[in-house]
Design a protein around this ligand. Structure first.
Ligand SMILES: [Zn+2]
Length: 260
């Protein structure tokens, strides 16, 4: 999404803000958010965990937390807002940024840019950052107990992995989702670290590639899965049927022959 924004609207200015679902702004005030953001120039786009960041001039940043079903994107014509538009930003020439969110687990806030480290204090490291090492991943599990997959979903340990990509990363690392954390060897931590980075980078590339236009979001995140959603289908590596079980309330998919 962030790559698309930079491509579609490399430089723009927010002319007006329309908040159709004020609960997504809470606890901030819709009027205050609109007053702060209106007229500001967009000076850059970024991402932290699953938040899209619009850096504005005068030291402000709009933070769009995508939640489960949120999409944030640019459209050329604000008269054609998608069905689940909750907040939109009018831009010059009739274009708009749209926050579309069918299930409304997301939210939109504005912050002083300098306050972002505090806003994100509870988040773990970004796995795609250059500085993210396997030792850092292992260290983040030092006081964690229980199996490896729920650990990967814990955004305070490492960000970015939801249910799909945690399962896929474990398959790529050939580690069973129910392996207890303290039992992982250093070579396994190295393999998991590498698998997480490779899996997320490929997922982002695939999602970017299949979003043919800015407002189209097919099941991008289900592309190129090895185990997720493939119960009973043959493993792409060994042909064993993919197994599913429920772990910490979530569906988990794995190959019992490839993953140990
Ligand atoms: Zn297999």
């Amino acid at each position: 999404m962030v790559r698309r924004l930079a491509e579609c609207a490399p430089a723009t200015r927010i002319r007006e803000v329309t908040i159709l679902r004020p609960s997504l702004i809470a606890p901030q005030s819709p009027d205050e958010l609109a007053a702060t953001v209106q007229g500001r120039k967009v000076v850059g786009y970024a991402r932290r965990a699953k938040n899209v960041l619009l850096h504005l001039d005068k030291g402000w940043t709009v933070r769009v937390q995508l939640g489960m079903t949120g999409h944030f994107f640019w459209i050329p014509d604000a008269r054609q807002l998608p069905r689940f538009t909750r907040v939109w930003f009018g831009l010059p020439g009739g274009a708009a940024f749209v926050f579309e969110d069918s299930r409304t687990f997301g939210n939109v806030h504005v912050h002083r840019t300098e306050e972002l480290p505090t806003v994100f204090a509870a988040y773990g490291p970004e796995p795609l950052d250059d500085g993210f090492t396997w030792q850092q991943l292992k260290a983040s599990a030092a006081r964690a107990k229980g199996p490896v997959k729920p650990f990967l979903l814990d955004q305070s340990k490492v960000v970015g992995l939801g249910n799909i990509w945690a399962a896929e990363s474990l398959f790529a690392a050939r580690i069973a989702p129910n392996r207890p954390l303290p039992g992982l060897s250093d070579p396994e931590w190295k393999a998991l670290h590498k698998a997480i980075r490779k899996t997320l980078a490929a997922a982002i590339d695939n999602a970017f590639r299949v979003t043919a236009s800015a407002e189209e979001f097919p099941e991008a995140d289900l592309l190129a899965c090895f185990v997720y959603g493939r119960t009973g289908d043959p493993c792409r590596r060994c042909q064993e049927p993919i197994a599913r079980f429920v772990q910490a309330g979530r569906s988990t998919f794995h190959c019992t022959r490839c993953q140990h």
